[in-house]
Design a protein around this ligand. Structure first.
Ligand SMILES: Cc1cc2nc3c(=O)[nH]c(=O)nc-3n(C[C@H](O)[C@H](O)[C@H](O)COP(=O)(O)O)c2cc1C
Length: 319
């Protein structure tokens, strides 16, 4: 069973990937949050660091490209190949309004003819294997059969399917029947993504849907960073391993980001990690109020001293 870490913009940056890979096992590939290349292929130093092979050394990381112009996609793919990567992922799933308004991400599913032209050009000249990360439609599940037929025409390296439409965002249940149809029809590996938010979810999924090549885990793995390791038969999460991971990541963020930004990133991560622990309300409050590194360090130390770990931590999506 292949287990992949989903790209999560704002969370799974290069520092996160490095620390996660050093502390926990079980993840075969880390998909990077998307890069949206400009025509001149110019990047900020932080963007460059995120996909620099040197910074990612030792971590099995796959770059993801968000583009609607095939030439821009291909230019970026060449740059990544020359840098040493052996696979790139195309983002056809991002549901964010700012992305789809530009006709990118899941916005590309709106016009299957234009999408076919894009994929024709990409797969004709792709300088390295191209995997896809898609949703199952834009407006309506009725679009699915046409998209399924369309994707199956291409030499897709791997197909990561989040079987909801763009409109469905993260609401309602994923269309698991669409995933089964994809596994049945696709002449290439299909990877399931969506709502595998704890170990019990994963075990139930494995029982009901044993087909497919693997799973991509997102919010569940952010909440329980040992989830992939557990599913591969490794050690369960402990408060000690959670603390080792947290402290190491925080240290890296403090080295790399200005103090307020480092604390800000830790607040974001705590939005997930707090689902893994039973933490007293005053400690939660202290964490929430921490703005300086000193305050955050104290509050985090209290969290690990005064909390207990939950048995099977589960991320609870907002209603
Ligand atoms: C905060 C956040 C950032 C995300 N960033 C990306 C991204 O850069 N590229 C992408 O393909 N998907 C992105 N996604 C979608 C996830 O990769 C994944 O498909 C989604 O979280 C569903 O999987 P899950 O239910 O296991 O979390 C993001 C999702 C979240 C919540």
């Amino acid at each position: 069973m292949k287990l992949y870490f989903a790209p999560l913009e704002g969370f799974t940056d290069v520092l996160y990937r490095r620390v996660h890979h050093a502390v926990f096992g079980g993840v075969e590939k880390y998909f990077m949050p998307f890069i949206s290349p400009s025509q001149s292929l110019s990047f900020t130093s932080r963007q460059q660091a995120d996909f620099s092979p040197k910074e990612n050394a030792g971590v099995p990381a796959v770059p993801q490209i968000l583009a609607k112009d095939p030439n821009r996609f291909l230019d970026m793919a060449k740059l990544l190949r020359d840098a040493g990567y052996t696979e790139v992922n195309l983002n056809l799933g991002c549901p964010s309004g700012t992305v789809t308004a530009k006709g990118k991400g899941a916005g590309m599913l709106r016009d299957p003819d234009a999408l076919a032209r894009f994929l024709d050009a990409v797969y004709e000249k792709a300088p390295l294997p191209v995997s896809l990360k898609t949703r199952a439609g834009y407006d309506s599940p009725d679009e699915w059969p046409r998209l399924l037929e369309l994707f199956c025409r291409y030499p897709v390296h791997e197909w990561i399917l989040h079987p909801r439409t763009c409109r469905e965002f993260y609401h309602g249940a994923p269309h698991r029947d669409f995933y089964r149809q994809a596994v049945e029809a696709a002449p290439f590996p299909v990877i399931y993504n969506g709502d595998l938010l704890c170990e019990a979810d994963c075990r139930a999924f494995a029982e009901n849907d044993p087909g497919g090549a693997g799973w991509m885990l997102g919010r569940g793995l952010l909440t329980n960073p040992a989830l992939a390791q557990i599913l591969q038969g490794g050690e369960r999460l402990t408060l000690e391993s959670l603390r080792a991971f947290h402290d190491r990541l925080y240290y890296e963020y403090l080295k790399y980001w200005p103090e307020h930004a480092a604390v800000g990133r830790m607040h974001g991560l705590m939005g997930y990690l707090l689902y893994a622990v039973d933490c007293p309300a005053p400690v939660r409050r202290a964490l929430r109020k921490a703005t300086t590194a000193e305050e955050y360090t104290d509050a985090a130390a209290r969290l690990f001293a005064e909390s207990t770990l939950l048995g099977d931590p589960r991320f609870i999506p907002p209603p």
